[in-house]
Design a protein around this ligand. Sequence first.
Ligand SMILES: C=CC1=C(C)c2cc3[nH]c(cc4nc(cc5[nH]c(cc1n2)c(C)c5CCC(=O)O)C(CCC(=O)O)=C4C)c(C)c3C=C
Ligand SMILES: [Fe+2]
Ligand SMILES: [Fe+2]
Length: 370
Amino acid sequence: MPFRPEPPFTHGATPAGPIDTDTAVLLCNLGTPDAPTAPALRRYLAQFLADPRVVEIPRAVWMLILHGIILRVRPAKSAAKYASVWMAEGSPLKVHTDRQAKLLQGVLGERGHRVRVAYAMRYGSPAVADQLDALKREGIRRVLVLPAYPQYSGATTASVIDAVAQWSLQTRHVPEWRFINRYHDDPGYIQALATTVREHWAREGRGDRLVMSFHGMPERTLKLGDPYHCECLKTGRLLAEALGLAADQWQVTFQSRFGKAKWLEPYTEPMLIKLARSGVKRVDLICPGFAADCLETLEEINQEARAAYLKAGGEGFAYIPCLNDHPASIRLLADLAERHLQGWPTREAAPSADSRALQARRARDAGAAG
Ligand SMILES: C=CC1=C(C)c2cc3[nH]c(cc4nc(cc5[nH]c(cc1n2)c(C)c5CCC(=O)O)C(CCC(=O)O)=C4C)c(C)c3C=C
Ligand SMILES: [Fe+2]
Ligand SMILES: [Fe+2]
């Protein structure tokens, strides 16, 4: 198999990127369509839903269902939903992730680290492989991969690792890698979530119940050993503890069911309807598993689930936004990165071509004198 062409290599040359460094942090999120249109959705869903990490049913059967039914029906429906949350600069997921990467670059710089921060999307653009190619062209030799998933799952975190591994398979000179697999119980993450809840309460008042809604997964993945469910529950418990909530003041639910199989329960929307019918008048809803607002939070929760709760008799529904570019969120990402960068020379100035040449001359002179 031919390898990707290597960028030209010159001994002693300084890295060619905007920062004189050979270390990068690659922030990776799920991905999103390029436009809120049926053709863009078809391209995006075809890539996303063909990932064997995402849909674990026999390939041949699934490809028939995917291409024969899902990609004919779903793109138009999903495009209309995306259109309802699209921002002037693009898809919310991409806009927030882009901002996170830029702010993270700034904070790590302020903390004295010379690192290049870039972001990539697992599906769609900017693709993981394209970003890794670009980083290599800038002279990057070490990459810390930070999947923007606090809770590990095979469908998300491991799929990002697959994309990096796939690129590695086609690359001659592979960088040094580090991966952050999870941060679901990281004190900084829990505190960042607690801060956004408290700020929300201070601004808008407090509901009767805090519902923590996580993206779902097929239930069988739990039985097959995926740690996702346990990590969601732990995040929920730690957040409730940080906020001093009693057992009847919070609960964890799972949203975004896809397909007909049983997914992790309780499902968010039916639970909200149940709460409304049982007399819980005001709920606050947070989605702790999403590092950035996206279709699943802005449309499915803040539009559809809100409407279902109010229709069932609820009187107040407050959606608490994802961490996005909140200062506590960027601090969290910087703390995570800093911890995992340890031992890599990000605090040393990368030697310039001149200083390397000087060192070489001194070594030569010392050799000649001795
Ligand atoms: C946060 C963690 C996520 C897990 C776990 C996850 C699993 C998962 N998702 C699907 C199917 C779909 N998800 C879709 C959107 C979507 N999913 C996540 C995150 C997780 N998914 C995000 C952040 C988003 C939003 C992307 C955006 O552009 O805003 C969609 C596409 C939208 C739609 O057509 O409804 C699908 C489909 C499966 C099958 C799965 C686990 C097996
Ligand atoms: Fe999803
Ligand atoms: Fe959804």
